[in-house]
Design a protein around this ligand. Sequence first.
Ligand code: ADP
Ligand code: BMX
Ligand code: ZN
Length: 289
Amino acid sequence: MTTLAIDIGGTKLAAAQVAGQTIIARRECPTPASRTPRALQQALQSLIAPLMEEAQRVAVASTGILNNGILTAINPANLGGLAQFPLVGFLSEITHLPVMAINDAQAAAWAEFCALPTAGDMVFLTVSTGVGGGVVLNGKLQMGNGGLAGHLGHTLADPAGPLCGCGRRGCVEAIASGRGIAAQARGELAGLDAKAIFSLAAQGAIQARELVAQSAQTLARLIADVKAVTDCQSVVIGGSVGLAEGYLAQVANFLSREPQVYQVALRAAHYRHDAGLLGAALLAQGDVS
Ligand code: ADP
Ligand code: BMX
Ligand code: ZN
């Protein structure tokens, strides 16, 4: 008996067969960009088909806000313009299994808390297509009344900064995320994605290094704010930008320049790129730690 775990991100869809805390099989494909749900439905259907055997339940970690099984984007640009999708209804229909779904960063926060439950209050931040967050206080994952809790990427970093897809100006996400980094690239870097910009930064390209540093500095300021709000004992970083070589060290360096009261233990996600998948599975299985 396994849990079919699905992670819907702004860049990639991942699915896995999970037994206990172990991933037995895993598949991945790009997230389709379309304002209509059809493309996402088709991509999900073909992604999960080979993993359905023996599945007892479905657990989804998805970018966006999950409320009553409906996926709503706070930043529709991260889902190819798709703003609303009946996620749980669709997956129940095609799998005939019980389906639970929560926000991707909230799910990842739960997995990371379970990996180190003695670490105390914890905040997870994913720096990926967007910037997402999940908060675990007193051993409880905070989801909020309508699923919005932990959306730390949409706190203000710079009132004069770039417009965010959520409608606000200068959100952390608009500056620090993979999409945000790419959108700010100019000249010879224009049109490149964050992965390519990170490679050029590693080769010493000045603008690329500045974009990466600006992201890391923005994240460090967010972490200081998070410490002030939650007094958490640790902050865990995930996502492909967050886990990129050298990124966490830059964040730690910028954070160390803030006053002592804002200092907090920083670590990379124990489950790396699978934290969302595992967190959703653990929540669906009812595992507490
Ligand atoms: P998702 O947002 O779908 O969960 P990821 O966590 O992989 O997916 O984040 C996607 C973002 O990370 C994209 O902006 C991509 O360009 C960037 N990215 C992917 N790999 C790397 C890498 N090795 N270094 C830096 N950025 C990366
Ligand atoms: C956005 C928002 C969050 C999500 C975060 C990280 C949407 C579609 N998503 O802030 O709900 O947790 O991105 O998502 O509004 P990812 O795609 O980068 O993993
Ligand atoms: Zn925003």
